[in-house]
Design a protein around this ligand. Structure first.
Ligand SMILES: NC(=O)c1ccc[n+]([C@@H]2O[C@H](COP(=O)([O-])OP(=O)(O)OC[C@H]3O[C@@H](n4cnc5c(N)ncnc54)[C@H](OP(=O)(O)O)[C@@H]3O)[C@@H](O)[C@H]2O)c1
Length: 259
């Protein structure tokens, strides 16, 4: 049986753990060839071996630091095949009171989350246009709808990312290329654990209590598994999602209040 993503090549950023790792699995399970990008070469090599290989799918790794946007374009020359699916994803900025955020924290988050996504997009879109098929999926945050207290730098830069993606959606649609944002709610990954311990350290509350309060705000009564975020990304990556572009899809167990 031909899988939904057979013959397509996906570049998944931030693939060494968490949401990116689960996404690489989800896309490979649908038959895609996957190139894994992150900084930890060893983890990528292990994951490359673990991914399902369906049909003629082949997986590769690309060790790169998305903070180094000066060297990123040259590193992307190593991509061995045209990319049909790009997942823009990486580590989120640290939390803390916004008033104390330094210009350097803003610059770094802007480089990693927006400039890197832009350079990656510029690198892959010519082949997507030539193929008449492209899916760009940005892992952002529910903060583009409702800013999250204590994550001011992230809230600010994520809003910029959403504006960037919405503008590109119109430019790319005539070429068969869609661009959409996934807005994960609380997702059980290393990122969430480190945010909770930082919040616990700041407030003097035990980490377990911070976690309980956060969980109580989720109507579904639990945090997401990374695989549940990945499933939404795989849905947007498929040919069947061709008419969906420029949207921001929350996957948050009902946590957002707005319509
Ligand atoms: N988890 C949540 O509850 C949640 C909620 C909303 C939004 N988000 C956002 O969703 C994204 C993914 O979250 P996650 O929970 O999966 O995070 P995570 O567990 O911290 O994983 C982040 C991934 O990005 C890679 N990465 C980090 N910095 C990088 C850099 N400079 N260059 C290249 N790769 C880099 C990491 O690998 P290496 O260290 O190997 O490079 C890792 O594979 C983040 O932007 C996060 O803020 C998460």
């Amino acid at each position: 049986m031909k899988e939904l993503l057979s013959g397509y090549h996906a570049l998944v950023c931030g693939a060494s753990r968490g949401i990116g790792r689960a996404t690489a699995h989800a896309l490979a399970t649908q038959g895609a060839s996957v190139t894994l990008l992150a900084r930890d070469a060893e983890k990528l090599a292990r994951l490359e071996c673990e991914l399902p290989r369906l049909g003629s799918a082949q997986h590769h790794s690309l060790t790169a630091d998305l903070d180094r946007t000066d060297t990123l374009p040259a590193q992307l020359d190593a991509l061995r095949h045209p990319v049909h699916i790009l997942v823009n994803n990486s580590g989120g900025p640290p939390g803390g009171p916004l008033l104390e955020a330094t210009p350097e924290q803003f610059r770094r988050a802007f480089e990693r989350l927006l400039i890197a996504a832009h350079l990656l997009t510029q690198a892959v879109v010519p082949d997507m246009r030539a193929a008449g098929y492209g899916r760009i999926i940005n892992v952002i945050s529910t903060s583009v709808r409702e800013p999250i207290p204590g994550l001011g730098v992230s809230n600010t830069i994520r809003a910029a990312c959403a504006g960037w993606a919405k503008t590109l959606a119109r430019e790319l649609a005539p070429h068969g290329v869609t661009i959409n944002n996934i807005l994960p709610g609380f997702t059980a990954t290393a990122r969430l654990a480190s945010l909770f311990s930082a919040r616990a350290a700041d407030s003097g509350q035990p980490a377990a209590e911070v976690e309980t309060v956060a969980r109580a705000g989720v109507p579904a009564g639990r945090f997401a598994q990374a695989e549940e975020i990945a499933a939404a990304i795989a849905f947007l990556a498929a040919p069947t999602a061709a008419y969906i572009t420029g949207v921001s899809l929350p996957v948050d167990g009902g946590r957002l209040h707005g319509i």
